[in-house]
Design a protein around this ligand. Structure first.
Ligand SMILES: Cc1ncc(COP(=O)(O)O)c(C=O)c1O
Length: 384
């Protein structure tokens, strides 16, 4: 088994590492005592249900929303996005999205096209930033949803979600934010942002285990469950319950992972997302500055670090991104992700399709020393 101490981990946009203190212990503890939550009614079942409730309450606190029942646990951001998109859209509906979406948004939308949903993809600019006015102008009478990523997982560009969501709200159109790259790393206040649906992973910026994620569903959004079955509630009825979160949470949940996520959420609440954001902007600034000084390095996305999330894509002139990634690992123990990042349209937008880019993504535990080592390694590779 590789030892994480031998590496510099800069792949937090894929999944965060390390996790905050206590997360691993919480998972290990839960696997030894997790009864089936909300099912059996014995001590261990109730204990597990409490873990879920605590985690849900912490999500609600982190995102500034009073009713934790509107946060539905999913297995990842993809599960949350599929539930949001396929649970809402029907034949004849129109949806507006962007050219920098992840396949977890685009593939469900492409699937729905064959079921009579029409899709408008608004192109982002060369930095991977979409123009809010362009999205708003694409709204038609039959538009049901505006779906936008909060920050591109390729270019890093933060999108003008506030303007987009408010415009959708004012026109009676539902809005969906893919917060996979921002939840836990970027302040999001659902008490002031009138977004209808927000999907995120638990294992990226929320610093929890893989196999966790959530979908926030505001009251009044008519979502049809993608999966129906046992919820531990209303067991006398062979119809799916209609109340939250049970209506969208069928089957035994990942209570072991959610116990770990809960500890990560407590850590984030204590630390404060604003502080994490400030640290990550400083690290990205340092990366941008360092990369600018490396001859042959091409950096994609906005120049201003405050307009970026934590994912930074680059290429080295004349070099294959996959090979650059492999050399960074082999020669400097640096772990990151090269290729298309499950977002081919984002690469078409940046002009980096089909070869892709090398993506470096620091996280809350990344140090300046690690950034320095990364920059030195890139410089050596760029020098040939
Ligand atoms: C913008 C974006 N959306 C969705 C996803 C899918 O997340 P998950 O792997 O948790 O399903 C990712 C993962 O990289 C992402 O970056």
């Amino acid at each position: 088994m590789p030892n994480t101490k031998d590496y510099i981990y800069l792949d937090n946009a894929a999944t965060s590492l390390p996790k905050p203190p206590g997360v691993a212990e919480a998972v290990a503890g839960a696997i030894c005592r997790a009864g089936n939550p909300g099912r059996s009614g014995h001590a261990l079942s109730i204990g597990s249900a409490r873990d879920l409730f605590t985690a849900r309450e912490r999500l609600a606190e982190l995102f500034g929303f009073r009713d934790s029942s509107r946060f539905v646990f999913t297995e990842n951001a993809t599960g949350a996005l599929n539930q949001a998109i396929k649970g809402l859209l029907r034949s004849g509906d129109h949806v507006v999205t962007t050219s920098v979406e992840h396949n977890s948004v685009m593939r469900p939308l492409r699937r729905l096209e064959s079921a009579g949903v029409s899709v408008t993809v608004v192109p982002a600019d060369a930095t991977g930033t979409v123009d809010a006015a362009g999205m708003i102008a694409a709204i038609r009478p039959e538009t049901r949803l505006l779906a936008v990523t909060h920050a591109s997982n390729v270019a890093g560009a933060v999108q003008p979600v506030e303007t987009i969501v408010r415009a959708a709200h004012a026109r009676g159109v539902f809005s969906l934010i893919d917060a996979a790259q921002t939840a836990g790393a970027f302040p999001i206040d659902l008490s002031t942002l009138p977004v209808d649906l927000l999907a995120a992973a638990g294992h990226k910026g929320l610093l929890g285990p893989q196999g966790t994620g959530f979908l926030f569903v505001r009251e009044g959004v008519p979502l049809v469950p993608l999966i129906e079955g046992g919820t531990g509630s209303r067991s006398e009825d062979d119809h799916q319950p209609d109340f939250y979160p049970d209506c969208l949470e069928s089957g035994t949940p990942n209570s072991v992972g959610i116990a770990g996520l809960s500890v990560a959420l407590a850590w984030l609440l204590k630390k404060g997302v604003d502080g994490i954001r400030a640290k990550e902007v400083a690290l990205v600034s340092e990366l941008l500055e360092g990369m600018r000084r490396i001859r042959g390095a091409i950096v994609y996305g906005p120049e201003d670090p405050s307009k970026r999330g934590c994912a930074l894509s680059f290429n080295i002139e004349g070099a294959d991104p996959g090979e650059v990634g492999r050399r960074l690992e082999r020669e400097a123990g640096i772990l990151l992700r090269a290729g298309l990042h499950c977002a081919p349209n984002a690469h078409r937008t940046l002009g980096t399709f089909p070869q892709g880019t090398v993506r470096v993504s620091p996280g809350p535990f990344t140090t300046r020393r690690e950034i320095g080592k990364f920059l030195s390694a890139v410089k050596r590779i760029a020098a040939g």
